[in-house]
Design a protein around this ligand. Structure first.
Ligand code: PLP
Length: 400
């Protein structure tokens, strides 16, 4: 069935003002999300914040159910957080690393995650290993398999692998890492698997059962089109007894006796008490909105638009497309010979076209070894049009 782009654009007022190709930064929210957030803020102003939260209790619960439907888990396996980084941190810092424990990651890993690996390695003596890429430039599954051999004490290189933590879709390129194959290996080896799905949720069909991850972190504002300052963590209920949140408060746990506390039974133990209720409710509306379009239809439309943009860009003299991976998504990265990426971005912005720039400093396992100090990133969403892609492509020759 044809994707109703006209309706998507009618329900996205921002599309009338700008060609928004910065959806991997923050997508334009649809009207139902914006109206929900504003309505709750008005309610808080009218009757008081605590009273408004009580009045909206059912909507808050609906957020957990919507996210659970979106990724195929139970509502009590979801924690709503203020961003993807905090969601990821709450899972990662909950793992009790010992000296020699190995953490396996990939070249596409997000900068904040790597900083956390390095901090924990320094503190605990855990060791970080970067799995090789394959010939497509994505995580090499056979190298991962090799590194997992000998789990359970037979490994000659030292300790066991405690965690596989990879980024599904990197911030700096259009590849989609083979999460399901990684999940199958993690399960076989009995190793915890943390998937950073920040850039994939909302644009790709995600099913945590098929992926086989123990934790999945995501943000609200990118492809999911939710409010800024929202994110969520999926934590599989069966692994909760192997980890402990790095900090607890009176929402994550109950002070049961002067010397005792008990953690929440489900994944809300990774949350904190105070939260932005308007944004939290808006996040649920965004998840429902994505479901109403159908994630398969969204994925098909975004993937096709992005391939179309890559084809257009490849046809422009002096423009190079840099996306890797056997499977690609809505993030398109390119450079223009002789012109810094930030200058390309600036000129496109002046022409009413939003893009962004990825720098080597936020992808040190990836961009420097590809000889790329920076890239222009044009990230498409289903509400973008072929005409917008033409506008971007037609603007570039004039910059050289
Ligand atoms: C792959 C990846 N992971 C994590 C994040 C962090 O998300 P947030 O800003 O919501 O913490 C980003 C943000 O760009 C990202 O691209």
């Amino acid at each position: 069935m044809a994707f109703d782009v006209a309706r998507a654009r009618r329900e996205t007022p921002g599309t009338a003002r700008v060609a928004h190709l910065n959806n991997a930064g923050a997508a334009l929210p649809p009207s139902p999300v914006t109206e929900t957030v504003i309505a709750h803020l008005r309610l808080e102003a009218a009757i008081g914040g605590y009273e408004a939260a009580a009045a909206a209790a059912a909507q808050v619960e609906a957020t957990y159910r919507a996210i659970a439907r979106l990724i195929g888990c139970r509502a009590d396996e979801i924690a709503v957080t203020e961003n993807a980084t905090r969601a990821w941190d709450m899972a990662f810092y909950a793992i009790p690393f010992q000296p020699g424990d190995r953490i396996l990651t990939g070249h596409a890993e997000y900068a904040s995650n790597v900083i956390a690996f390095l901090q924990v390695a320094r503190r605990t003596g855990a060791v970080v290993e970067v799995v090789d890429d394959d010939e497509h430039g994505q995580l090499c599954v056979s190298d991962l398999r090799r590194r997992l051999e000998g789990q359970g004490g037979r490994d000659t290189r030292g300790g066991d692998v405690k965690l596989i933590a990879i980024t599904h879709v990197p911030t700096q390129g259009g590849l989609v890492n083979p999460a399901e194959e990684v999940g199958a290996l993690a399960r076989e080896a009995g190793v915890l698997f943390l998937l950073d799905a920040c850039q994939s949720v909302g644009q790709l069909h995600l099913d945590v059962q098929r992926i086989g991850c123990d934790f999945l972190s995501a943000t609200g504002r990118k492809y999911l089109r939710g409010p800024r300052g929202t994110g969520f963590l999926y934590a599989r209920s069966s692994v909760l007894d192997r980890v402990e949140p790095p900090f607890l408060d009176l929402h994550a746990a109950t002070w049961t006796a002067p010397e005792h506390y008990e953690m929440q039974p489900g994944s809300r133990r990774f949350e904190s008490w105070e939260t932005n209720y308007a944004a939290k409710i808006g996040l649920g509306v965004a998840a429902d909105y994505a479901l109403s379009w159908g994630v398969d239809a969204i994925e098909a439309r975004i993937t096709a638009l992005a391939e179309g943009l890559r084809d257009r860009l490849r046809a422009v003299d002096g423009v190079r497309v840099h996306d890797q991976g056997r499977r690609r998504c809505g993030i398109v990265t390119f450079t223009v010979d002789g012109l810094p990426a930030r200058e390309v971005q600036r000129r496109l912005a002046a022409a009413g076209i939003n893009t962004s720039v990825s720098y080597a400093s936020s992808a040190r396992f990836d961009l420097p070894r590809r000889g790329l100090p920076e890239l222009v990133r044009a990230s498409v969403h289903y509400y973008n049009t072929e005409d917008e892609l033409d506008r971007l492509t037609n603007a570039l020759p004039a910059y050289r």
